[in-house]
Design a protein around this ligand. Structure first.
Ligand code: AMP
Ligand code: ZN
Length: 140
């Protein structure tokens, strides 16, 4: 499976950088975004390194979508947001900042006024950890 020495998400997959894990299986990893656009913001990545939607394999993108569906259901049950966006970005103009294909599972709350390119603000790691505990409890 292709893996990139300098890619931050490959480093997370290799255990070289910590993350707050929600779910893992043989093809994917789901973890909390450290710059959450909203409470409960999570990411899903394939284990296979591919920079974007054009490069990712059909097997890896399928596995990623299935894990995103599972994580979205857990976020829905745990946090009861008003809505959830599943979205992913390709290229700098589309606000892609990490070039390892990934899907955002982004809870939405009425009136949050979130825009497509929401910018990055570091979250409170303790609060993120508490949201992760609640989401994990629904993932079983
Ligand atoms: P994108 O802008 O679509 O490429 O999304 C990349 C996302 O990865 C951003 O929301 C970042 O906050 C998030 N991110 C970057 N580094 C880390 C990390 N070490 N742990 C968790 N999330 C990260
Ligand atoms: Zn990578």
């Amino acid at each position: 499976m292709h893996d990139d020495a300098d890619c931050i998400f490959c480093k997370i997959l290799r255990g070289e950088i910590p993350c707050i894990t929600l779910w893992e299986d043989e093809a994917t990893l789901a973890f909390m975004d450290i710059n959450p656009a909203n409470d409960g913001h999570a990411l899903v990545i394939p284990r296979e390194h591919a920079k974007d939607v054009h490069a990712v394999s059909e097997v890896a993108i399928s596995a990623t979508v299935l894990t995103a569906k599972r994580v979205a259901a857990a976020i829905d049950a745990a946090l009861k947001p008003d809505g959830i966006n599943l979205l992913q970005c390709n290229g700098p103009a589309a606000a892609q900042s990490v070039f390892h294909y990934h899907m955002h599972v982004l809870p939405r709350y009425e009136g949050d006024d979130l825009k497509m390119n929401w910018g990055m603000r570091p979250g409170d790691m303790e609060a993120i950890g508490k949201f992760a505990e609640r989401i994990r409890a629904e993932l079983g």
